[in-house]
Design a binder for this molecule. Structure first.
Ligand code: NJP
Length: 243
């Protein structure tokens, strides 16, 4: 089915930033959006906002580190809307720090959310996509994986692992499924909120030139709206001023 109207799109990390902007844009263009994240009050408010504007939205508390939560998200899409056209695996955290700090717990958390969270999404949606004979994975990665800089190596590694899995998935997917990776550069979101002050200073500098999250949402919409046989593989969206 080409276009966006009538497509059912599940989005992880939909409670803020890029995920929220993507949900709003796709719903405005006629998609039925299924929202997942850990903060239910934000998901409920976003769903209400979409419905008030005439769109359709469902939501379920989804922690992407819990495999069963991804199954719950996919199940909700099928129960509510009868199918799933697109899974946008967008949830991500950037607990960046120098390797010398040995913040091993943070490294593990990034692996759990950024890499394993995407794998759990694939595990939940791939069998359904095979059964349906259609489906589209959109995975949010990062320009941090394209230009590796100090403090960001583990974060970049998780994102490049997703890039690698996505390419393998694309090759295994066959003619019926589509796989897209979107690499945002600096985007003005809550992303830096949970970083330690030294790391946040690096990101705050970048935030001076950051794009609004809608810029990435439009790229995701572009990939989704293509005709079935057109697979937009790799999109990089960054501020012109980003080095
Ligand atoms: O950040 P933010 P972005 N399970 O913090 C959710 C990538 N990126 O929109 O669970 C489920 O506003 C969290 O929801 P909640 C980045 O790596 C960004 O910028 O309720 N969800 C929230 O909705 C990430 O992959 C920039 O706390 C979990 C969302 O994730 C994506 O863009 C640059 C979760 C994060 O929203 C969206 O991030 C770049 C969990 N366990 C890549 N943990 C940038 N902003 O500059 C977190 O290169 N979330």
């Amino acid at each position: 089915m080409p276009g966006i109207e009538g497509k059912v799109v599940a989005i992880t990390g939909a409670s803020s930033g890029i995920g929220e902007a993507t949900a709003l844009l796709l719903a405005e263009r006629g998609a039925k959006v299924v929202l997942g994240a850990r903060r239910p009050e934000r998901l409920a408010a976003l769903a209400a906002r979409i419905e008030q504007a005439g769109g359709e939205a469902a939501w379920i508390r989804t922690d992407v580190t819990r495999r069963e939560d991804l199954h719950g998200l996919v199940k909700l899409a099928c129960e509510r809307y009868g199918k799933l056209d697109v899974l946008v695996s967008n949830a991500g955290i950037g607990l960046i720090s120098p390797l010398d700090d040995l913040r091993v717990d943070d490294w593990e958390q990034m692996i759990d959310v950024n890499l394993k969270g995407v794998l759990y999404g694939i595990a939940a949606a791939l069998p359904l996509f095979r059964e349906q004979g259609f489906g589209h994975f959109v995975n949010t990665v990062s320009t941090a994986g394209l230009r590796i800089v100090p403090l960001q190596s583990v974060y970049a590694a998780t994102k490049n692992a997703v890039r690698t899995v996505s390419e393998g998935l694309r090759q295994e997917a066959g003619a019926d499924l589509r796989v897209t990776v979107v690499s945002p550069g600096a985007v003005r979101t809550d992303f830096a909120e949970h970083m330690d002050p030294a790391a946040k200073a690096q990101i705050d500098k970048l935030m001076e030139i950051a794009l609004p999250p809608d810029a990435v949402a439009r790229a995701i919409a572009f990939a989704i709206e293509q005709p079935d046989g057109v697979d937009v593989g790799d999109i990089v969206v960054r501020p012109t001023a980003q080095g």
